[in-house]
Design a protein around this ligand. Structure first.
Ligand SMILES: NC(=O)c1ccc[n+]([C@@H]2O[C@H](COP(=O)([O-])OP(=O)(O)OC[C@H]3O[C@@H](n4cnc5c(N)ncnc54)[C@H](OP(=O)(O)O)[C@@H]3O)[C@@H](O)[C@H]2O)c1
Length: 257
């Protein structure tokens, strides 16, 4: 297993999975965490996919972060590009979650205005829990009808999806620890709406150039001050954790509510 060490705030030796999970324990919530990987020059993809950027340390943390999630939130663009399947965590993760008092599996929630998702995709056919789809009321009726067979469709805006309503809807369903795996358009919209509490960012040791997006994509700028919460190192990769300034104690951890 690739070794990961803490550099800050407490330098230390190689971390076990349990120690990593402890470090990444979100507050009892509500809490919305974004997880991304970027090259040193800000690219979020190589050849159109994020997978080419990450090494084993990133993959290890990527998987462990899902364990804390009540819900894994994803933009439809990422689901289509990365070919996501069902949000099914392995048995070991399931056991761990149950021990922590969490549901055995997180809910998978997708954000889409066009509802351009295939109902026959493993996202739906291999889903241990019925996925949620957040969309706009003007979304195409035929797609809505097809997808409502395999997912719960929630309207959260007229022409676009309102991130604040997505978050409120998730919280109302008891999904307080919201873990998002992107992508850039979703992150841009959620940042603009002021509903992001934390960014976990892996800095991959590579320079990419090219025309790849950066981690946020939005028509408007939305300056948001962040505070450093932790730095890990896995080989030449840095795993950074930033929380929104004045956004509460990220170290509260534990599952209490
Ligand atoms: N490096 C990384 O960590 C990382 C992480 C994630 C993704 N990526 C990469 O990012 C690329 C995809 O970028 P992307 O910006 O298209 O991803 P995205 O944000 O996942 O998807 C954008 C799509 O999501 C829906 N959406 C997002 N916000 C919305 C809103 N507020 N209202 C309505 N719909 C909304 C729309 O879907 P509809 O078009 O269906 O309406 C929109 O076209 C892929 O190449 C992927 O590999 C990289």
């Amino acid at each position: 297993m690739t070794s990961i060490q803490s550099l800050w705030p407490t330098p230390g030796a190689d971390l076990t999975d349990e120690q990593l999970l402890e470090l990444y324990a979100p507050p009892a919530g509500p809490w919305l965490r974004m997880n991304f990987i970027s090259s040193l020059d800000g690219a979020v993809t190589r050849d159109g996919l994020s997978g080419g950027l990450g090494d084993e340390a990133d993959h290890r943390v990527f998987e462990l972060l899902r364990r804390w999630a009540d819900v894994v939130l994803l933009g439809a663009g990422t689901a289509r590009a990365e070919g996501y399947g069902g949000m099914r965590l392995p048995e070991e993760a399931e056991r761990w979650r149950v021990e922590q008092g969490l549901a055995a599996q997180p809910v998978f929630a997708l954000v889409t205005r066009r509802l351009d998702l295939d109902p026959a995709s493993p996202i739906f056919t291999d889903a241990p829990v019925t996925p949620l789809i957040f969309t706009a009321s003007e979304a195409p009726a035929d797609r809505r009808a097809a997808l409502s067979e395999v997912a719960e469709i929630v309207d959260v805006g007229e022409t676009v999806v309102d991130p604040a309503v997505v978050r409120a809807q998730l919280e109302a369903r008891g999904h307080r620890r919201i873990h998002s795996e992107g992508g850039p358009t979703l992150f841009g919209a959620f940042l603009e709406a002021g509903v992001v509490d934390e960014l976990c960012l892996t800095l991959a040791p590579t320079l990419e150039a090219g025309s790849a997006m950066r981690i946020t994509q939005a028509p408007q700028s939305a300056p948001t001050a962040m505070e450093l919460a932790g730095v890990l190192r896995g080989g030449d990769e840095l795993l950074l954790r930033y929380t929104k300034s004045g956004g509460g104690d990220p170290g509260a951890g534990g599952v209490t509510g």
